[in-house]
Design a protein around this ligand. Structure first.
Ligand code: ADP
Ligand code: MG
Length: 700
């Protein structure tokens, strides 16, 4: 049950003065992700101002500069009303010791103006000054009050992000009332930690950001914003830690093995493992040997060799008689994993099966039966693997490839297919540490930091589409000398038809210009067609593959050495890097050509520059975060950190680390959140909408 002390914050926004059903609906759409529930007072309060207007700025009329927002103490001189029916503005002149100003009103309400600006009286007026023909004027002043009411003027007035149809005054009025309803809440922070940071209480900090004393109060580094950001981060870290504790509590199985099967798999590899592959494998072996569930993220740049690590882990579990599953985000990838593992598995005696949504009913039934009877050790597939009809005899380890394509919920749901299932998540997106923490929580992380030996560097160049013919003729030379080329065309949802036509055109142009068949793979083809196109390219029947971004992740054709990315300006950094990772997988030097259509915007141009300058996935991810905000890296559309309203990936990274440690410590000491601080923390979880985690407490 939600602590009653929070009730005022969970009241609907329409309970605030000045907010009727229409504005409430607008605010719900603007402030929340969930249109089914009206935005609450808390939602409104977490909508922080982005800047302030300093109404203390009182330079006098003559010293007010064009565009300045100023507060003037003036004597009202006279009204110049336009003739009735005229469209001309209504003007009021006024003066102070330094000069004269005109207040300008369009569509005036005359009686109101006469009341508010009585001729011959003093008024305090605040608004933006504009100089027009060397005369200062103020169109529609923001405030006008009598000298006696001067105190009612805001000094530092917060400015909020708005949306169409939402007037600043309406929002401010609602917020004013909301601020008055902020209750005193029990403190959930550790007292020493709070003191060290000079943080106010939650409610004081919240009031402070809405009624700043100084401009600096709104900086991400200000104590009040830091306090609120920390609260938000702590709520999320605590929720994730609770989920993790719950998963662990359900119990894992200690996999006692001799490691024979794993050794066989590794021995069958045609290459030596890299140092970080070895480290990762032993980290995973340690996890598997413990009686708690493994929740590990295997992070490695494209081409760093994650698949081998996954297979070693699977071998370890399969040796104990349990089964493994590897889930890939697309049909092509699932097939590719299957194909690349088949030989190794045969050598090691691992019974492997493929299961995708495109299988015939018969194949599907056959695979399902064998999974249930235990005649299959390892199933590779798409999300089809985790549909209701699929059951395993004894599922021990789930490996999820390219995690960012799956929701966190899917990840949690799939481990329900077995008892104490260990989970290994592989991601090629070099997610910065901060985002790992926010989206994966307290997972253990193994990183593949070195590339397999013998890899040749990739040279990246950019060229304007004007040079298309030249590029095509170079591609022609390259394939003459036996190289293989990817040619990527973009596919964006909004213009899918046009793009599909463009891919088809490009395919025809290349076949004609090169005088030989070229493979074509795009998202609108059937699985069989795609597979045939990939196979022709892989096997060498064709030397050029024209593809949309279906090949973005994981596709492995080690002897491809050139990738041309058409309309590179339309791709994000992370995506460009993923695409580039399709080459440079063999022992030959490779080239990436970024073909762009000018003129380039600022962001597109910095993206292409970064791509030319570095091959380091982590660096690129950091830059990407700067250019686009964390949301897009994880495939959501918001800017800032996905799911966060106050905390910011860049400014509050250190707070995130602290919050994670804090959350861990809290649960060590008080796993059921029963202490006084525990009770307060429950309120915190509700406050930031992380209360699903509380249900876990009751269950456990
Ligand atoms: P990713 O991390 O992008 O999933 P893969 O697992 O697909 O990378 O590996 C990319 C390529 O590198 C594959 O062809 C794989 O066989 C090869 N590979 C993996 N590990 C090594 C290694 N230690 N030495 C040489 N080649 C390797
Ligand atoms: Mg891969």
């Amino acid at each position: 049950m939600r602590p009653p002390v929070l009730d005022p914050l969970f009241a609907p926004v329409s309970s605030l003065p000045g907010i009727g059903p229409k504005i409430a609906k607008l605010l719900t759409g603007f402030l929340t992700q969930n249109p089914d529930r009206e935005a609450t007072v808390a939602d409104l309060l977490f909508h922080l101002p982005h800047s302030v207007i300093d109404r203390r700025h009182k330079p006098g009329i003559a010293y007010s500069e064009n565009g300045d927002i100023v507060t003037l103490d003036v004597m009202i001189d006279r009204h110049q009303a336009p003739p009735r029916g005229s469209k001309a503005p209504y003007k009021i002149t006024a003066f102070d010791d330094t000069g004269q100003i005109t207040f300008v009103f369009f569509h005036p309400r005359r009686d109101w103006l006469e009341k508010m600006f009585p001729a011959g009286e003093r008024r305090i007026v605040s608004g933006k000054v504009e100089w027009f023909n060397s005369q200062p004027q103020m169109v529609h002043p923001d405030y006008v009050v009598s000298p006696e009411e001067a105190d009612s003027l805001p000094t530092l007035e917060p400015v909020y992000p708005l949306t169409a149809g939402l007037a600043s005054k309406t929002l401010q009025k609602g917020l004013g009332a909301a601020i008055d309803r902020i209750p005193h809440l029990p403190e959930w922070l550790d007292a020493a930690h709070q003191r060290r940071n000079h943080w106010q209480s939650f409610s004081e900090a919240l009031v402070q950001v809405h009624k700043p004393d100084e401009r600096q109060d709104l900086d991400p580094e200000s104590p009040c914003v830091q306090r609120l950001a920390y609260d938000e981060l702590l709520a999320s870290q605590l929720a994730l830690a609770l989920v993790r504790a719950q998963m662990r509590q359900l119990g894992g199985i200690a996999r006692a093995t001799t490691g024979t099967l794993q050794k066989e798999v590794i021995a069958a590899l045609p290459f030596e493992l890299t140092a970080s592959q070895q480290t990762s494998i032993s980290e995973i072996n340690d996890d598997l040997a413990k009686p708690v569930r493994m929740l590990r993220l295997l992070q490695g740049d494209v081409g760093s060799g994650k698949t081998v690590v996954a297979l070693s882990a699977l071998a370890q579990v399969i040796e104990t008689g349990a089964q493994g599953a590897l889930m890939a985000p697309t049909e092509i990838l699932a097939r590719q994993h299957y194909a690349s593992m088949l030989t190794l598995c045969e050598k090691a005696g691992i019974r492997l099966a493929l299961l995708t949504g495109k299988d015939s009913a018969k194949t599907r039934r056959d695979v399902q039966e064998k999974l249930l009877s235990g005649e299959i050790d390892l199933a590779v597939g798409t999300h089809a693997l985790f549909q209701g009809s699929v059951a395993f005899r004894d599922l021990g380890l789930v490996v999820v490839d390219e995690q960012h394509r799956f929701g966190v919920h899917q990840r949690l749901a799939l481990s329900a297919k077995g008892r104490g299932v260990d989970v290994l998540v592989m991601t090629a997106t070099p997610i910065p540490r901060t985002l790992v923490l926010t989206s994966f929580g307290d997972m253990d992380v193994s990183r593949l930091t070195d590339k397999p030996a013998g890899r040749k560097p990739i040279t990246t160049v950019s060229a304007s589409l004007d040079r298309l013919e030249e590029i095509i003729s170079r591609v022609g030379n390259a394939i003459q000398s036996g190289q293989k080329v990817y040619w990527i065309c973009p596919l964006v949802e909004e213009s899918e038809k046009i793009d599909l036509a463009a891919v088809g055109d490009r395919h025809r142009v290349l076949e004609q210009a090169l005088g030989q068949p070229v493979s074509l793979v795009h998202g609108r083809m059937t699985a069989d067609e795609k597979e045939a196109g990939m196979q022709a390219f892989k096997g060498g029947d064709t030397r050029v593959l024209v593809a949309t971004t279906v090949i973005e992740v994981g596709v492995d054709v080690p002897d491809a050495t050139i990738i041309v990315i058409e309309h590179a300006e339309r791709f994000g950094l992370a995506q460009l890097h993923q695409l580039r990772g399709r080459v440079g997988r063999g022992d030959k030097p490779s080239t990436c050509v970024l073909l762009f259509k000018g003129p380039l915007g600022e962001t597109a141009s910095s993206r292409l520059n970064i791509m030319r300058q570095t091959n380091d996935g982590f660096l690129i991810a950091e830059e990407d975060l700067k250019l686009r905000g964390g949301g897009e890296i994880l495939g959501t559309r918001q800017s800032g950190m996905p799911g966060f309203r106050i905390a910011d990936a860049e400014s509050h990274a250190d707070l995130m680390e602290t919050a994670r440690d804090d959350a861990r410590l809290i649960l060590d000491k008080d796993p059921q959140l029963k202490s006084e601080r525990g009770e307060a923390l429950r309120a915190l979880l509700y406050l930031f909408g992380r209360d699903e985690a509380i249900a876990l407490l009751r269950a456990g």
